[in-house]
Design a protein around this ligand. Structure first.
Ligand SMILES: [Fe+2]
Ligand SMILES: [Fe+2]
Length: 169
């Protein structure tokens, strides 16, 4: 599968996860994780190349700008209490803007990318996106509540003892 197929497949997953997050706030973090990975990798393995083609530059910059707007909406929802009655409205607003963005990519930008970029390169970028996505999704970040900090005010920095990081030295 080339990068366009892979990105479109991930869009289907994002739409599904967004729907889940609206119905169940406990699914919001999974949705958020996929969305951040999608944007980061889509820029790295698609838009950073499309922007180099004269005919692709404007659309690539516009899409990346929409990623920035989505990040602002996302940060706002992330900072809102999940148990608040209005939280689903925050997720709905995020999902509406995201749907617009995904539709525009699928209907206009991805076909343009296919037209402008070499087929073998699109395949190679698809493989790299898939590898990067799987690697990032497999990272199991520790719960922030489990991280211990060095309270010694004379300095010396965090020991990382709570995570067993010290034993890696
Ligand atoms: Fe995007
Ligand atoms: Fe996308």
């Amino acid at each position: 599968m080339d990068i366009v197929d892979i990105l479109t497949e991930h869009h289907r997953e994002l739409r599904r996860l967004g729907q889940q997050a609206m119905a169940d706030p406990s699914r919001f973090d999974v949705f958020l994780n996929h969305l951040v990975i999608h944007h980061t990798m889509e820029e790295k393995y698609f838009y950073d190349f499309l922007v180099l083609a004269k005919e692709g530059e404007h659309d690539a910059l516009e899409a990346v700008n929409e990623h920035h707007i989505l990040e602002l909406i996302l940060k706002d929802a992330e900072g809102f209490p999940k148990d608040h009655a209005h939280f689903p409205v925050k997720v709905e607003g995020l999902k509406e803007y995201l749907d617009h963005h995904l539709d525009e990519e699928e209907q206009e930008i991805f076909p343009l990318g296919r037209q402008l970029m070499d087929g073998a390169d699109l395949e190679r970028l698809g493989r790299l996106f898939q590898q990067a996505k799987e690697a990032y999704l497999s990272i199991d970040l520790p719960d922030p509540g489990t991280v211990r900090f060095n309270t010694d005010s004379t300095g010396g920095g965090a020991t990382g003892a709570g995570l067993g990081i010290g034993s890696l030295k």
